[in-house]
Ligand binder design. Structure first.
Ligand code: DAK
Length: 257
């Protein structure tokens, strides 16, 4: 499918989605959110796609936030509605997708941009990346799940510091804080994401999907993550991928999923 604001391409089991508005530092406007929604649904429904790598076009920004020019005119009702809709159609969608996603943070990831990276299952960053939630400097608060996901990734105290100071972390600080898993040079960023993806590709997509569901359950209010794990664990035993995984082990060969 052709998009105006993003690029989406599937190669060797990986769906590469690139936010492609470099002149606006890849800021997220409504049209971009709609296209990301379509591309993520398509990737998650494509059995050949085993990992999604999300990045920003050019070398300066992953995503420098929601498009400030677009939300400057919002009122209370519109703000609330769009926060709910945006969370559903993009951020929750990505977090709850069965396909694992890696945010390859190649520059500024601010506001909605950091929220997007945090909705991915894994984050890696190039050494020029800068991350922050500067919303309070604009008189708003993070509205795409940032107050919740940042606190769950770095802890409440550090999240409070980042949000109330509107400060930015360097890539190495973000790694020290647990916000990103790995830091590398800009040239190494996509190869590093591909290396992680290639390890995922060896494993059972069914089991990965169930593991994602179980981990996420532990971070969902009113849901007992242990119970979800037990039930998802049990359901693995009635799948062909389980049969293939265990048979391959006993036959001393690599499983073919
Ligand atoms: N929106 C729109 N345009 C942006 C942008 C943004 N977030 N960030 C950068 N740009 C544009 C600039 O306006 C500029 O465009 P021209 O003036 O050339 O037309 C171009 O990108 C290049 O930017 P700069 O000239 O500023 O580049 P610098 O290297 O000087 O500075 C910077 C880079 C990243 C430090 C700076 O651009 C910057 O501070 N950008 C804004 C960062 C920011 O505050 N982001 C927004 C965070 S708040 C909502 C839910 C959530 C949200 C909103 C609504 N609802 C549910 C309704 C989330 C809000 C946020 O994300």
């Amino acid at each position: 499918m052709n998009y105006d604001n993003i690029l989406s391409e599937v190669k060797e089991g990986i769906c590469y989605i690139t936010i492609n508005r470099p002149k606006q530092l890849n800021a997220l406007n409504g049209a971009t959110i709609t296209e990301l929604n379509k591309a993520i649904i398509a990737a998650d429904n494509d059995k050949l796609v085993r990992c999604i790598i999300l990045t920003g076009a050019d070398t300066k920004a992953f995503v420098a936030g929601a498009d400030i020019k677009e939300f400057a005119e919002f009122d209370k009702k519109l703000g609330e509605n769009l926060a709910r809709k945006g969370q559903e159609v993009l951020f929750d969608l990505l977090e709850n997708a069965s396909t694992p996603s890696i945010a390859a943070v190649n520059g500024f990831a601010l506001g909605g941009g950091l929220e997007l990276a945090m909705a991915c299952h894994i984050r890696i960053a190039s050494d020029n990346a800068k991350m922050g939630l500067p919303e309070v400097s604009l008189g708003v608060i993070p509205g795409y799940g940032g107050t919740q996901r940042l606190a769950s990734l770095v802890g409440k105290g550090k999240a409070m510091e980042m949000i109330t100071t509107a400060g930015m972390l360097s890539a190495t600080e973000a790694k020290d804080w647990g916000l990103v898993n790995h830091v590398c040079t800009q040239e190494e960023l996509i190869p590093m994401a591909e290396k992680l993806a290639s390890r995922m590709k060896r494993n059972s997509p069914m089991a990965i999907a169930k593991a994602i569901k179980s981990v996420n359950a532990g971070f969902t209010d009113g849901v007992n993550g242990f119970e979800v794990e037990i039930s998802e664990f049990g359901s693995c035993f009635e799948t062909l991928e389980f049969v293939e995984g265990t048979t391959a082990f006993m036959e001393k060969r690599k499983a073919k999923f």
